[in-house]
Structures are given as C-alpha cells and as structure tokens.
Ligand binder design. Structure first.
Ligand code: URA
Length: 261
C-alpha cells in the first residue's frame, strides 16, 4: 500500500479514537476573536530609481467601520432604515429586490431577530412572511403574542440580522454578518424591547458571538443590555418537527419571563 494511503488510515484511526473520547468539536484552549484578526499589511513594492511613481492604491474601505458610523448616527428607526438604504458596501443588496427592515409593533416588549429574508420576504418587504413566518406566528399565538397587536404587552417586533436576501438563500458570510452587526445592534437599541429572542445560529452569532443553537437554546443570556433567549429557527422546526417540544418549552420560558416569574 502507498505511504499516503497508510497515513490516511492512521489519521482516520486517530480521529475515531478522539471522537470515542468525546472530542466532538475542533476548538482551542482559549477563544479566538476572528473579527479582531487584521490581515497583515503588505509593504508597497519599492520604486526603481528614476521610475515613474507607482500610484498608491486607496486603502480598502472598512465596511464594518462605515456601518458602525452610519448606524450610530441614526436617532430613530426611520433614520436607521434610511442609513441601511444608503449603505452600499454589502453585495447582497445588489441581488435583492428591497430592504427588509421590520414588521410588527416597535413598542413591543419582545423583539425577535431572525437570520435574513427569503424569497417571500424579499417580495413583500417584511420579515417572516413565508412558511417559517407562518409557523412563527402560530408559535407566538400559542403564548398570546402577535405581530398585529397594538397593546405593547401582547405585541412583538420582528427584524433580521441581514436585511437583504442572500442569493439562493445561502447563509450570510462572516463578513456580511460583521457589517450588519452594527445595524441590528442599533436597531435593538432604538426599539428598546424588554426581551430579545434570537432565532437560529446566524442571529446567535451576530448578537451573542457564538453558534451552537442545540446547546444554546432555552438558555437566557444577555445581548445589547437586555435578556436574550436563543431559540430554534422556525425553518429548522419545519424540517425537524420533533424539535417543537423544545421550542414549546422555550416559549413557556419566554412567557414566564414576561410575566416576571
Ligand atoms: N428566515 C429568517 O430568518 N427571516 C425571515 O425573515 C424569513 C425567514
């Protein structure tokens, strides 16, 4: 047998052994903040003596810095929507029909943050209006909450981390999430809900800085200065109806928190 094939089998055996010992994740001893890792600047090539000066390439625009500045200037939800509509550094915007900003009652005690618009949301300009949205409405109705409610105590306000539909509904990239984070953070500050619900891994990543919804769901945490409950995304529940049991437990936890239990 060739040496590389032997290496492959040895590597597979070592991996099996580690899995058997319970190692099911590739992690380091200490967390790494990938957003803080700045790519090393390459020095500009030295011009040959007597040669015409090499034009200096304009520094790359820092989309996260521009987003942070634009979001922080917004003093109202309308201004924030305007800031997003004027933000041209996210490629997703080019392929989307419109900006999907929010739905529901901005005075609500509960704000729900999802992932990104899909086809129906892109067409209608509102978050969670497709199949997953209908399930979300039924889930909320089960604990007497509604996006239609005028009364803040019964109302919900809904938005997404990403406001433009990704092509083929692919997951937003780390870069896209990073440039949308200042906007969703400011969105939450301006809406000022008492409680947040983050649905699925993308929303957990954007607002809690980590993924792992199966372990995170149902565990209250804090984001943007208020309690946050990670829950399974309704699209996941449509694909995995057996997980509705856990979702129901999480809804009861949300209800209890609202009632001050
Ligand atoms: N999934 C989301 O996360 N948000 C929507 O608006 C629709 C589907």
């Amino acid at each position: 047998m060739a040496e590389s094939a032997l290496d492959d089998w040895a590597a597979l055996a070592a991996l099996d052994w580690q899995v058997e010992l319970g190692a099911d994740e590739a992690i380091l001893d200490a967390p790494v903040d990938r957003y803080a890792l700045v790519p090393e600047e390459k020095p500009a090539p030295a011009a040959a003596p007597g040669a015409a000066p090499v034009p200096i390439r304009p520094a790359e625009v820092d989309a996260v810095a521009v987003a942070t500045e634009a979001a922080s200037r917004a003093q109202s939800l309308d201004q924030l929507r305007g800031a997003l509509e004027a933000f041209e550094l996210c490629d997703l915007k080019q392929g989307a029909r419109q900006t999907v900003f929010c739905d529901g009652n901005p005075a609500a005690r509960v704000m729900i943050v999802g992932e990104a618009p899909g086809r129906d949301e892109d067409r209608q300009g509102k978050p969670f209006v497709g199949r997953a949205g209908h399930l979300l409405d039924r889930m909320l109705g089960a604990i007497d909450l509604s996006r239609e409610a005028q009364d803040a105590a019964r109302a919900v306000y809904i938005s997404n981390v990403v406001v433009w539909r990704p092509p083929q509904n692919r997951d937003p990239s780390a870069e896209e999430i990073a440039m949308m984070r200042p906007f969703i953070t400011r969105h939450i500050e301006l809406a000022a809900p008492d409680l947040l619900v983050v649905m699925g891994n993308i929303a957990c990543d954007a607002l809690l800085g980590r993924r792992g919804i199966t372990r995170m769901r149902g565990q209250w945490d804090t984001a943007v200065g208020r309690p946050v409950l990670p829950m399974f995304h309704p699209a996941y529940l449509l694909r995995n109806p057996e997980a509705k049991r856990e979702a129901w437990a999480d809804l009861l936890s949300l209800k209890a928190k609202l009632e001050g239990a």
